[in-house]
Design a protein around this ligand. Structure first.
Ligand code: SF4
Ligand code: FES
Length: 274
């Protein structure tokens, strides 16, 4: 393949009533990502093309787009992987379009913020004058660490069929983060979060379609996170959930340290006997 055709969504709110598609045929080179092609178009063909990107390595979460009918990170999608010489790129569904491929992610960040995505310590004196460390053992971290890999790209929200029919549904990203922080043994805010997620637009609307986990580029598995949140809320309502230990007094379980053999001395003691 020497050329690749990009069918790119264009939308200028000052001129267009609705988004339209514009075609660009550009040279292809081995290893090129969808983002590389968009950068080529912007630098060589049409500098008015708008899209978001930053890290170019799947870390910042800013290049989420609808590529050949799936939400993907443009910088993390090699063109060869699509197995097509025509690529259709649009802005993410379930978010309003601002211009061309740029969508408005305000609702994602507002919903994320609404579930209090941080460790809650009720004792203000402890926050201002801590008496101990916020300890955490490896085993405790492993209870939720995969959910902490979220880069807030919004791909799961764009793939969610429930969100497509109810824009007020909290959605997979915020609900998974509600679980991530509630599962953290250092946190005392689970009950506050459960109140926020136990609403008509909350967790119970998730019917486990699983599309969110299919598209997540970081292996977070938000569909699983949401089921764990349901279980935690249900256990809490039956008073089966363990009471959290305040962070400052939390003690990690003793971890077995691997035995390391004491090395042989390599420098001989000087012979002090004369
Ligand atoms: S859960 Fe995955 S898809 Fe959703 S915002 Fe986080 S990293 Fe992106
Ligand atoms: S540019 Fe940062 S994730 Fe793609």
């Amino acid at each position: 393949m020497e050329k690749v055709t990009y069918r790119v969504q264009r939308y200028d709110p000052d001129k267009d009533k609705k988004p339209r598609i514009q075609e660009f045929v550009i040279p292809f080179r081995h290893g090129m990502t969808v983002l590389d092609g968009l950068i080529y178009i912007k630098e060589n063909v049409d500098n008015t093309l708008c899209f978001r990107s930053s890290c170019r390595m799947g870390i910042c979460g800013s290049c989420g787009m609808f590529i050949n009918n799936l939400p993907r990170l443009a910088c993390h999608t090699p063109i060869e992987e699509l197995k097509k010489d025509t690529i259709t790129v649009k802005s993410l569904p379930n978010f309003p379009v601002v211009r061309d491929l740029v969508c408005d992610l305000t609702s994602l960040f507002a919903k994320h913020k609404s579930v209090k995505p941080y460790i809650i310590e009720p004792d203000m004196t402890e926050i201002e004058k801590p008496t101990g460390e916020f300890l955490q053992a490896q085993a405790q971290l492993e209870e939720f660490v995969q959910f902490a890999y979220c880069i807030k790209c919004g791909l799961c929200m764009a793939a969610c069929p429930t969100l497509a029919t109810d824009r007020h549904f909290l959605g997979p990203q915020p609900l998974t983060q509600a679980y991530r922080y509630s599962a953290d043994r250092r946190d005392c805010g689970a009950k506050e979060r459960f109140k926020m997620t136990d609403t008509p637009h909350g967790i119970w609307l998730c019917h486990l379609a699983g599309a969110c986990s299919e598209v997540c580029p970081k292996g977070v598995d938000p569909a699983f996170g949401q089921q764990l949140l349901k279980r935690a809320m249900f256990s809490d309502s039956l008073r089966l959930r363990k009471k959290p230990v305040p962070p400052s007094v939390a003690k990690p379980p003793a971890e077995k340290k691997p035995r390391v053999a004491v090395p042989e001395f390599t420098i001989k003691k000087p012979n002090t006997k004369s």
